[in-house]
Design a protein around this ligand. Structure first.
Ligand code: NAD
Length: 341
């Protein structure tokens, strides 16, 4: 199938071309992000391949549909950037890569936890400047501490397994109860109990209208003083301004994020020679107890290989009229908590 690949970076091309050998599909790579203005590039392409910052909204989908596109191929797990209802109405199929690097993302979350706790990001700079003082680098033992995991699907479960290995207690919150999390000793509680009792809270639920700004001033007010907050899921799960206030009062003791609500203006680009205009982001970077990475949690060789292979298999399934296990349709309302996956 002829596929227009948007938001192409060198590594996307490298892994997609390797997975496409021998050639199954006709891949044409475009550097720009997909939006209303660039959708014209996909004229005549039955399939369009996109990533997390491509805007697959109603106007873009209408433009694509009117020029022959029938398939949107997400090379990522999250699909909050796609208007699924409009796609469905226009007869456009949407497929994704649901699980390309659950270990990579969970391990990155652990990396943020360890770095923030033991101040490794600060120690690295100090030692390079010949400063071997320990003041300000005091951490705590993870053993015996409580980790609250919000969203206990693939990534949340793996984080639970790793933190269990450190000797942590696990609290969990999800609209479903995952039996594997319970078997691990994870205790499902309501959010107020999780907020009140967790030393570390890590977010692993998708961004939906229900989870938008899940972490806001009201939530932070219920948390333990000096708790650690980790977000490797989607930026808008957090009200960043409220978290900044929490950092200023000390209620939030440290913050590790791989995602940021306005990240589409910043991440994946080299802006080192430019003046960053986002004052909220710039304020975040001034805190010594904040560690930000630019949406790299997924970025492992294993993940890029999986993404490329699954993406091409998804296209083949649709092209050959097979049912594709990775097709996504408009979501029903959130289901009751008593359901078990
Ligand atoms: P998953 O679908 O396996 O798990 C998500 C879990 O969240 C499910 O158990 C679901 O029931 C739960 N959930 C849904 N709505 C909820 C709500 N309102 N409250 C609490 N829980 C809710 O997904 P996953 O593979 O574990 O990925 C989790 C998220 O991680 C994705 O949605 C994506 O946004 C993010 N992600 C980030 C990166 C990165 O590089 N930073 C990479 C991959 C995925």
């Amino acid at each position: 199938m002829k596929v227009a690949v948007f938001s192409t970076k060198a590594y996307d091309r490298q892994f997609l071309e390797a997975a496409n050998s021998p050639k199954q599909h006709d891949l044409v790579f475009f550097e720009p992000r997909l939006n209303q203005d660039t959708a014209i590039l996909a004229a005549g392409f039955p399939a369009v391949c996109v990533f997390v910052h491509d805007q697959v909204d109603a106007p873009t989908l209408e433009m694509l549909a009117s020029r022959g596109t029938r398939l949107i191929v997400l090379r990522c797990a999250g699909f909050n950037n796609v208007d699924l209802n409009t796609a469905s109405k226009l007869g456009i199929t949407v497929v994704r890569v649901p699980a390309y690097s659950p270990y990579g993302v969970a391990e990155h979350a652990v990396g943020l936890i360890l770095s923030l706790n033991r101040k490794i990001h600060r120690a690295y700079n100090r030692v390079r400047e010949g400063n071997f003082a320990l003041d300000g680098l005091l951490g705590f033992n993870l053993n015996g501490r409580t980790v609250g995991i919000i969203g206990t699907g693939k990534i949340g479960l793996i984080l639970g397994q790793i933190m269990k290995g450190f000797g942590c207690h696990l609290l969990a919150y999800d609209v479903y109860h995952n039996p594997e999390m319970e078997a691990l000793g994870g205790k499902y509680v309501e959010l107020p109990e999780l907020f009140a009792n967790s030393d570390i809270i890590s977010l692993h639920c998708p961004l939906t209208p229900e989870t938008h700004h899940l972490i806001n001033a009201e939530a932070i007010e219920q948390m333990k003083p000096r708790m650690m907050l980790i977000n490797t899921s989607r930026g808008a799960l957090i009200n960043t301004q409220d978290v900044i206030e929490g950092l200023k009062t000390g209620r939030v003791g440290s913050l590790g994020v791989d995602v940021y609500e306005q990240e589409s203006e910043l991440f994946f680009e080299d802006l080192s020679g430019e003046i960053i205009q986002d004052d909220v982001f710039q304020r975040l970077t001034t805190f010594p107890n904040v560690l930000i990475t630019g949406h790299q949690a997924f970025f492992t060789e294993d993940a890029l290989r999986n993404i490329a292979e699954t993406t091409l298999n998804n296209i083949s399934d649709i092209e050959q009229g097979r049912s594709c296990p990775n097709e996504i349709r408009p979501q029903p309302e959130v289901e009751p908590k008593i359901l078990v996956k």
